[in-house]
Design a binder for this molecule. Structure first.
Ligand code: SAM
Length: 455
């Protein structure tokens, strides 16, 4: 990119921010954005690591941008492609996360799932992640990314922030990665500059207030709110922190950062709340604002919920589905329509509670449907890290066949095995195929298939 001309009002608004280096910022926007990935700790693979992102153990910069579409390990969930600054949310999370108790975390503005998979990496099996997305058409990408991550301790919901207000004091940590005016993405998406305006910043500011006010009651006393935007605008950042402290009883949390990382630490005018500003040219990443606040008030009693009448499930069926799960006692099994699901057993109560208030789009891992004595296995089971691989056939593919499988092309395999088989590539599962006497049925989900051909 050459000769970037920023909107006049935009660059003027940055010139008054302390710690902002205009020359570095302008220079950084003449070049492309760095490429970075974050490794999935639950799916060790041979993904080549480059230089590490300073604030994220699992984050790595790549020298250039490979074709992720044509890397089977990407589809297997070995890593997530995420710009480096965003990974700082995980750094904040690791700093505030209690070690000794299971926690419930809400990622309110979840799609496409960058922060959700980031936070999920830092959770234990008995912690719960609720990843929400308000826009229905963006829910599938969030679900797919969590499916690739493979864990059984997350729930995906499709709700307006106000729907959470009934879950008083339910969450220990909330991440609000708010919709914003998007200036932090100008380098990746220069077109966005044409849409930037002060009026839009103001609209975003109001929407951010509404979202925060709506969801706030669901945070428990002494719980943490992590707020972030990819905007540089004061109104969407420090002013929101002051507004939060005006409206609610919150205290700022200082996050220790290494000066060498280039992050600018800011303080809000009225309450001196800490904010962390990422400017391209000063950090190796895109624009980000992040802050963490601790709730000191009580939004009322933690709601008491009666448990749902328990489903009576046939023991024979439960035994069958359990045989596909590694360490089956660790999970709670439920049936939704004809589908069997498994979720970490600690979350049975939470699931019932959430089910009463929210539209649940995915819970834990979908195992599949039973048909007589057979399981018709689900794609989620293949991608999960709870599958008992000893209970199923496995067919290992080379690179070309793996790409053919992901394109949903016909596969010709040299095997005498018959029945459902996991399709494996470099130790990770890509999905299912059914091996028949004369052919192979490719069960890779149609909506996920690669549509293009390798060049
Ligand atoms: C910055 S993006 C989130 C990115 C995501 N956290 C990630 O790391 O991949 C903001 C999200 O907020 C959602 N959103 C838009 N309006 C909203 C509203 N009024 N309430 C809650 N979420 C909203 C958008 O659909 C979008 O998915």
């Amino acid at each position: 990119m050459n000769n970037v001309i920023f909107p006049e009002n935009f660059i003027n608004s940055l010139r008054v921010e302390s710690g902002f280096n205009e020359q570095n910022f302008v220079n950084a926007h003449q070049n492309g954005a760095p490429v970075s990935i974050r490794i999935n700790p639950f799916k060790p693979s041979g993904v080549k690591n480059g230089r590490q992102v300073p604030w994220c153990d699992e984050g790595f910069y790549l020298e250039n941008r490979p074709s992720f579409t044509f890397d089977p390990l990407f589809h297997a969930g070995a890593y997530y492609v995420q710009e480096a600054s965003s990974m700082f949310i995980g750094y904040i999370f690791n700093y505030i996360k209690p070690n000794d108790e299971a926690i419930k975390v809400l990622d309110l503005c979840g799609a496409p799932g960058g922060k959700s998979t980031l936070i999920n990496s830092a959770l234990n099996k008995d912690d719960l992640l609720v990843a929400n997305e308000i826009i229905k058409t963006r829910v599938p990408i969030l679900s797919d990314n969590l499916t690739r991550w493979g864990t059984a301790n997350s729930i995906v919901t499709n709700n307006d922030p106000r729907d959470f207000s009934k879950l008083k004091g339910f969450f220990d940590v909330m991440i609000v990665d708010a919709p914003c005016s998007g200036s932090g993405m100008f380098r990746k998406d220069p077109e966005a500059m044409n849409e930037w305006s002060e009026a839009n910043v103001q609209l975003c500011h109001q929407r951010q207030q509404r979202i925060l006010a709506d969801v706030y009651p669901a945070l428990k006393e002494d719980g943490y709110l992590i707020y972030s935007t990819c905007s540089y605008s004061h109104q969407e950042n420090e002013d929101i922190l002051d507004w939060l402290c005006d409206e609610f009883d919150l205290e700022t949390v200082e996050i220790p950062v290494d000066a060498a990382w280039g992050i600018v630490v800011s303080r809000s005018e009225k309450y001196s709340a800490f904010g962390y500003r990422f400017y391209p040219g000063q950090v190796e990443g895109e624009g980000l604002f992040a802050a963490c606040l601790k709730k000191k008030d009580n939004s009322g009693e933690v709601s008491a919920y009666k448990n749902n009448a328990q489903q009576k499930l046939p023991a024979r069926e439960i035994d069958m589905v359990r045989s596909y799960i590694d360490q089956p006692d660790d999970y709670y099994y439920l049936k939704v329509n004809d589908d069997w699901l498994a979720i970490s057993r600690e979350h049975k109560e939470s699931l019932n509670t959430l089910h009463k208030q929210l539209y649940i789009k995915k819970s834990g891992v979908r195992i599949g449907k039973l048909a007589g004595n057979d399981l018709i296995p689900d794609h989620e089971l293949a991608l999960s890290n709870i599958i008992n691989k000893d209970a199923v056939l496995q067919t290992v593919l080379n690179y070309d066949d793996a790409i053919a499988y992901l394109r949903k092309d016909n596969l010709i395999l040299d095997t005498t095995d018959k029945g459902w088989s996991l399709i494996e590539y470099e130790g990770l599962s890509l999905g299912w195929a059914k091996l028949l006497p004369n052919r192979v049925n490719n069960y890779y989900p149609k909506e996920l298939r690669i549509l293009s051909k390798p060049i």
